[in-house]
Design a protein around this ligand. Structure first.
Ligand code: BGC
Length: 752
């Protein structure tokens, strides 16, 4: 339908004549274009921001909403009984765990459709920062520790959103990899690490998906606020990469709007009248020239001209939530990572389950802060199992549902409605003005004081359950959110004493009866695992899987679906083995203003593999109910690409999908290189037992380049192509000889 509409408007051409407009607007009007409206969006309640219209020229304002897990708008409007729910999709760490670009594109498209149907012109997603530390408060909003996986995932997401005429925004550009002092911390990082890791993810996403916008981050980068950093915004982003979309600030970032405009910011968000005045003064005093103002205003007009608002699209306010819930379900299933399975899973449909942990009954769908999506429902693990006809130990269930947090959870929507009513009276975003404790508890009902809460269960009851029930499932939940990092404390990174005790007691009792124990991790990023993993027989990581959580969990536990997710991060044995923990959170620890990325390019598996440190679970790891055999590796060089061909065969008894990963090991040369780096991947179709698929993965030779301080260099020599099921489960190895080749920062070939 929309496709037809777009064709129609294109053919009757309502192209904006930007040159003409720029000639006809006053300098004040131009400056007002490059500063957001300020208050909460007027057109869509609960959106994140809005630009300023110029009514006399029929230039409408456009509306932006967060992202990334779905469209964040208010589900309620004062004085109306209509609802505006959005689908809560799995968070980005879960999407990345699917390694399925097609599926992530579908998620992006569904989010784009909901945005379109609710009158949102530009989504403020996807997030593209790097998982540098497991404690990163917004890791759940980012994809991976690896720039290739992150960049490709982001590109898929953006393509999906933009396919329906809604813009996407890559954020937060760049090095906003922790939340502690995010507004002011000065991140000091070498140009090599920046270009190979932190910028690279953005560069790949821009090259492959042409996002309409990019959001500069709060932090400083090598001494200057990212939003006031001309090197970053103009030299790298505009000149070297040729980015031609719009560059906006994060909300309230930086400390000098004039510097921002000069450095390359096109749109200051959320903006206010004061800022417009400051810019006018700067123009009058000669600090800002008209040419720069014209360039910035042009970018805003270009964005407006692409928007559905400008094209006169009338939002239906009726997105297809039913269809999108199915996509959310598929993505949740594929994002689950099975870390351990000693013949515990799948379970029989007739099994009676003892379900422990509040998270089994109050399953956390997503993270907090601006990344929330308000869905109609979240299916808990208990409800998902029941829906599939699985019997649950009612006595154990009752102990959990009698907990006061459970009641809050059930009344979550009422509480949320109250918060939105309050917020609308004050014109301030709910999550910005309410005491965090209310917001957090309301958002996830028990998130703030509830997650990690234990329910006391008598030993005798555990013994009884072990006799009567067939299997035990224990859910451990955590949540995190914008504005603060997770902590290295019990109840957050570490399990509480009570949680450990529960795991031990349940395991003892069930094992004595010859029965299995499964742990489900409902978490935003890794937690300590080594101290308790030996007590349980299976561990399934479900991350923050969105509104379909329980249904997806039930189907994977029952073997209706085989797990096929792989870790997009390294899971450390000890938190402090994470290389970046040495410098985290910067100097000083109490109030860090200065943070040096000492580990340089050795982020994630690049560190663990190069320095032979054993992780708990390696990057790319994840089990399946079936087994895959790799064969027939054939590597050829064709023009500027390496072609890797192989066969993958399902040799087990379940149908399933496999993630084929290609790591490249460079020959010894002048530059230090990580032991190996991910350079390509592919998720197979659903393979039946005995079915095989011919897999073909292309690696551009430029992907092998390292940055030597001046240019990109692919050193000559024999490269090892390592094809595997994880970064440490390499099944096939081949070799290819590459001649030395160098590129400038725009990827033009130059002599070395
Ligand atoms: C966040 C952004 C978000 C913006 C608008 C900021 O606090 O860092 O990710 O898009 O708010 O809600």
């Amino acid at each position: 339908m929309l496709e037809n509409f777009l064709i129609k408007i294109n053919s009757c051409s309502i192209n904006m004549n930007i040159d003409e407009i720029l000639k006809n607007v006053t300098i004040e009007e131009k400056l007002s274009l490059i500063v957001g409206w300020g208050g909460l969006p007027r057109k869509v309640v609960g959106g994140a921001g809005e630009t300023r219209p110029i009514d006399r020229l029929n230039i409408p304002s456009i509306v932006m909403a967060d992202g990334p897990a779905g469209v964040r708008i208010s589900p309620f409007r004062i004085g109306s009984s209509d609802t505006y729910y959005a689908t809560a999709f799995p968070n980005e760490i879960a999407l990345a765990s699917t390694w399925n670009l097609k599926l992530v594109e579908e998620v992006g498209k569904a989010i784009g459709e909901e945005a379109r149907d609710y009158g949102i012109d530009v989504m403020l997603s996807p997030g593209l920062n790097i998982h540098r530390i497991p404690l990163g408060g917004r890791n759940f909003e980012y994809f991976s520790e690896d720039p290739l996986l992150s960049g490709k995932m982001a590109a898929a997401y953006v393509k999906g959103v933009q396919s329906v005429g809604v813009g996407a925004t890559l954020k937060h550009f760049v090095a906003n990899d922790q939340e502690t002092n995010r507004l002011t911390v000065n991140v000091v990082v070498s140009e090599r690490a920046l270009r190979e890791i932190y910028l690279r993810a953005f560069e790949i996403a821009i090259e492959e998906s042409k996002p309409w916008a990019i959001m500069a981050s709060y932090n400083k980068l090598n001494g200057k606020y990212a939003t006031q950093n001309e090197w970053l915004l103009t030299k790298v982003l505009r000149e070297e990469w040729g980015f031609d979309g719009l560059i906006m600030t994060d909300w309230g970032a930086g400390d000098n709007p004039v510097e921002q405009v000069k450095a390359g910011i096109d749109l200051i968000m959320p903006g206010n009248d004061e800022i417009v005045k400051k810019l006018i003064e700067a123009y009058k005093s000669g600090l800002l020239d008209e040419k720069t103002i014209n360039e910035r205003a042009r970018k805003v007009l270009e964005l407006v001209s692409k928007s559905l608002a400008y094209k006169g699209y009338k939002p239906s306010n009726k997105p297809d939530l039913e269809a999108h819930s199915k996509i959310a379900y598929e993505a949740a299933v594929e994002g689950f990572v099975l870390l351990k399975n000693d013949n515990a899973l799948p379970i029989s449909k007739d099994a009676k389950v003892a379900l422990f942990g509040l998270g089994s009954y109050i399953t956390v769908k997503g993270g907090l802060g601006s990344g929330i999506a308000h869905s109609r429902y979240t299916v808990s693990i208990a409800d998902g199992l029941k829906e599939r006809g699985v019997k649950i130990d009612e006595e154990i269930e009752k102990i959990h549902t009698n907990h006061p947090y459970y009641e809050i959870f059930r009344n979550y929507m009422t509480l949320l409605k109250r918060i939105y009513e309050e917020s609308s009276k004050t014109n301030i975003e709910p999550y910005r003005f309410l005491p965090p404790i209310i917001e957090r508890s309301a958002t996830l009902a028990y998130a703030y004081f509830g997650v990690g809460t234990e329910v006391k269960i008598e030993d005798s009851l555990i013994e009884k359950a072990a006799k009567e029930d067939d299997i035990a499932i224990i859910t451990i939940s955590r949540v995190s959110g914008e504005g603060w990092d997770r902590t290295a404390t019990k109840g957050d990174y570490y399990l509480t004493d009570g949680e450990i005790e529960l795991i031990k007691k349940v395991s003892n009792a069930f094992h004595k009866q010859g029965k299995k124990v499964v742990a489900i991790l409902n978490i935003p990023s890794p937690i300590d695992i080594v101290s308790w993993r030996d007590f349980v027989d299976a561990i399934l990581v479900i991350w923050l899987p969105g509104q379909e959580a329980g249904r997806a969990v039930a189907d994977v536990l029952l073997g209706v679906k085989s797990p096929s997710g792989k870790l997009p991060i390294t899971w450390p044995k000890d938190l402090y083995e994470t290389p970046a923990m040495r410098s985290y959170p910067g100097i000083s620890k109490e109030n860090p203003q200065y943070l040096v990325y000492e580990e340089d390019i050795y982020v994630g598996y690049r560190y663990y593999d190069t320095f032979s440190v054993e992780p708990a679970y390696e990057f790319g790891f994840g089990l399946s109910y079936t087994k895959f055999e790799y064969s027939n590796l054939n590597i050829t060089k064709e023009g500027d690409k390496i072609k890797v061909n192989l066969k993958v065969k399902n040799v087990g008894n379940f149908e399933g999908k496999e993630v084929v990963q290609v790591y490249v090991r460079a020959p010894r040369g002048k530059l230090n290189k990580p032991f190996q780096e991910l350079k390509g991947f592919y998720k197979t179709k659903l393979l039946k037992p005995n079915e095989e698929e011919v897999v073909s993965i292309e690696i551009p030779i430029k992907y092998l380049a390292s940055f030597n301080g001046f240019s990109w260099v692919v050193e000559g020599g024999e490269y090892e192509i390592r094809v595997g099921s994880s970064s440490r489960d390499i099944r096939l190895i081949g070799k290819v000889t590459i001649e030395e080749v160098c590129f400038d920062k725009r990827w033009n070939k130059i002599s070395c």
